[in-house]
Design a protein around this ligand. Structure first.
Ligand SMILES: Nc1nc2c(ncn2[C@@H]2O[C@H](COP(=O)(O)OP(=O)(O)O)[C@@H](O)[C@H]2O)c(=O)[nH]1
Ligand SMILES: [Mg+2]
Length: 294
């Protein structure tokens, strides 16, 4: 039996969370086309006969300047120290290659076996374009393996899991067979709401948003809805206006999309009550970050 921890690290937006969700078969990590979507270290346990692979999804590694981003980078780097194997996720776009090259030395120096994945190959116009990119990525460091994938379409993801498994030590299972994460449902509920804000609002709004769940009431039987009360915290009045929208249209859209995802996750009806609050500068102060569970 092989078992152990794998940290998924890489530049922002390269598809770390998309890969985790693909392997898990459900949406554990929220994703969006905006960088810094992932704020927490997320744990997902992948079970296969003879294999237990515990993934740690992390925020993106980059040159952080703001208090929030510095904390996110620290979270990602801490995960490196805790694992058996590092999955370094890069992507084939010019920007992705550049950002990945910049952080490669940090990962090469981690002292852990590093498997490099080159994601988003579905974006390449021709297969022939892949070879020079593979050669370049290979030259960034001494990688245990280099695997081209499309996390979105699932191409190469099984091969990647195989390479990671080969790098894991022999060992007993670390979690019971029915455990897929250590995250409480109320946390996942808050994350689904945050994802809808990331996806439905634009510009700087998502970065000033945090979500907390005030109430999570399990019904007496599964025929009644789970009752959830959550607060969307924003930094400025203007952002509150955008989240609520004209005549409450946006908050309705966010609430209904989040509720549908929660019902899928729980297999149960959900009653969702959403509030919006202005919490000035929470993302710029240590106290504010801690309050939002970061
Ligand atoms: N075309 C394409 N897009 C992808 C792929 N994997 C992820 N994405 C997109 O890239 C964006 C960032 O993905 P996400 O998983 O949130 O990246 P993370 O910040 O590294 O966790 C999202 O819009 C994803 O849909 C892929 O294999 N192909
Ligand atoms: Mg992510």
């Amino acid at each position: 039996m092989k078992s152990g921890f794998v940290a998924i690290v890489g530049a922002p937006n390269v598809g770390k969370s998309t890969f985790l969700n693909k392997v898990m078969g459900f949406k554990l990590a929220i994703t969006s086309d905006k960088p810094q979507t992932t704020r927490h270290r997320l744990l997902g346990v992948h079970h296969e006969p003879g294999l237990q692979m515990v993934f740690l999804d992390t925020p993106g590694l980059h040159q952080a300047t703001s208090a929030l981003n510095k904390r996110l980078v620290a979270t990602a780097l801490e995960a490196l120290a805790e694992v058996d194997v590092v999955l370094f996720m890069a992507e084939v776009t010019a920007k992705g290659m550049e950002l990945s090259r910049a952080i490669a030395p940090r990962l090469a120096a981690s002292g852990k076996p590093v498997v490099l994945a080159l994601n988003k190959i579905d974006l390449l116009p021709k297969k022939a374009a892949l070879l020079p990119l593979m050669e370049e990525a290979d030259s960034w460091g001494d990688w245990r393996a280099l695997v081209p994938i499309s996390a979105l379409e699932g191409e190469g993801t099984a091969e990647l899991v195989e390479e990671l498994a080969a790098a894991l030590p022999d060992g007993p299972p670390l979690f019971p067979e029915d455990v897929v994460t250590d995250l409480p449902l109320r946390f996942l509920a808050a994350e689904l709401i945050r994802e809808k804000v990331f996806r439905l609002t634009s510009q700087e709004v998502p970065y000033g948003v945090a979500v907390t769940v005030e109430q999570y009431l399990e019904p007496e039987d599964e025929h009644h809805p789970v009752a959830i009360t959550a607060t969307i915290h924003v930094e400025r009045k203007g952002q509150k206006g955008i989240i609520i929208g004209k005549g409450g249209a946006m908050i309705k859209k966010i609430g209904s999309a989040a509720r549908q995802d929660m019902e899928k996750l729980l297999g149960q009806k959900v009653f969702l009550d959403l509030l919006v609050r202005v919490e000035a500068k929470w993302s710029r102060q240590e106290r504010g970050l801690t309050k939002m569970g970061l």
